[in-house]
Design a protein around this ligand. Structure first.
Ligand code: SAM
Length: 301
């Protein structure tokens, strides 16, 4: 099959001029102007030809055309009205006949709860300032997303893929791990974007866990993760004190979970956080309220 045209600097400039677009920092608008980078992202995304791909922030359509060439269908969620409006015209011009393989949704990716199709993959050059909350929202909202490949700030890519014990391991790493196995998939320089950002970008690959880690509510696990890293220099016993009501109670929950209360949160993997949530649910929470039962009442002390 002959390779189809992707958008380069000239096409991006022309599109932006036609629309009178000036990229805004607030919306994280750095458009890819390099076809090789698009090929790299699409190759790293491992898209099966039968798949339906969700793209967040299609912008002027650089990545969109690459995804359309690899997937059966796609849905693109864009927050900026002129960009969302233009996208079907760009597809019609550069991929005539493919217009009915893409739905464009004008919405904030952090708010979207329904899509016109069921995505099996997420592929995106994410708006950098909201990359992590967008990812968490989409993985929790759409169970059908079995894998993802995203471009984010390189530092955020490293954080997402970090392992317990490293300095950069933190809330994004653990939360992403609740849903997926995560790995870094490359580094991208600054000059493939217009406008060029100051810092490098990184690619991150996600593979959804075949089964949920636990039937404990995700929200409970995430509360514990937030509490543990809100004071990451403290021991877990101290850091979880405000969440449980006292350090003594935090210590008992950690012991019930089989986790050493003198460890710091940065040593724990997602399985450990799940154990804490399960211990809390099984021994310390009111059956229906989700509240911590006063510890004295639980132990009769
Ligand atoms: N995919 C294009 C590319 O690679 O050239 C553009 C990527 S640019 C880094 C991020 C895009 O996300 C912009 O088009 C921006 O308008 C859009 N965006 C920003 N915040 C968004 C949000 N909350 N929901 C959906 N799209 C958003």
């Amino acid at each position: 099959m002959t390779e189809q045209q992707l958008l380069g600097p000239q096409e991006i400039r022309e599109l932006a001029a036609t629309l009178g677009i000036r990229p805004t920092k607030t919306l994280g608008q750095n458009f890819v102007i390099d076809p090789n980078t698009i090929r790299r992202i699409v190759a790293a995304a491992n898209i099966d030809p039968n798949e339906t791909v969700l793209e967040v922030g299609p912008g002027l359509g650089s990545l969109t055309l690459g995804i359309l060439d690899a997937a059966a269908r796609m849905v693109a969620v864009e927050i900026d009205p002129p960009l969302a409006e233009q996208l079907p015209h760009t597809v019609a011009k550069f991929r005539p006949g493919s217009e009915d393989r893409i739905d464009v949704v004008l919405n904030d990716a952090m708010q979207v709860t329904e899509l016109p199709v069921t995505p099996t993959a997420l592929v995106a050059n994410l708006p950098y300032n909201v990359a992590v909350p967008v990812l968490i929202h989409l993985f929790s909202q759409f169970d059908s997303i079995a894998h993802a490949l995203v471009m984010v700030q390189d530092e955020v890519a490293d954080r997402l893929a970090a392992k317990p014990g490293s300095k950069i391991y933190g809330v994004p790493s653990v939360k992403a791990n609740w849903f997926c196995e995560v790995s870094k998939a490359g580094v991208i320089g600054t000059n493939v974007f217009w406008p060029a950002p100051k810092i490098k970008s990184g690619l991150v690959a996600f593979t959804r866990r075949p089964d949920p880690l636990s039937d404990v509510p995700r929200q409970l696990v995430f509360e514990i993760v937030d509490a543990a890293f809100a004071q990451r220099r403290k021991t877990l016993r101290a850091a979880l004190g405000p969440w449980t009501g006292s350090t003594a109670r935090a210590g008992k929950i950690l012991e019930a979970a089989g986790i050493d209360p003198s460890l710091r949160g940065e040593k724990l993997d997602i399985h450990d956080f799940v154990k804490i949530a399960e211990a809390y649910r099984d021994h310390f929470a009111e059956p229906d309220s989700g509240e911590v039962q006063p510890f004295d009442a639980v132990r009769g002390e």
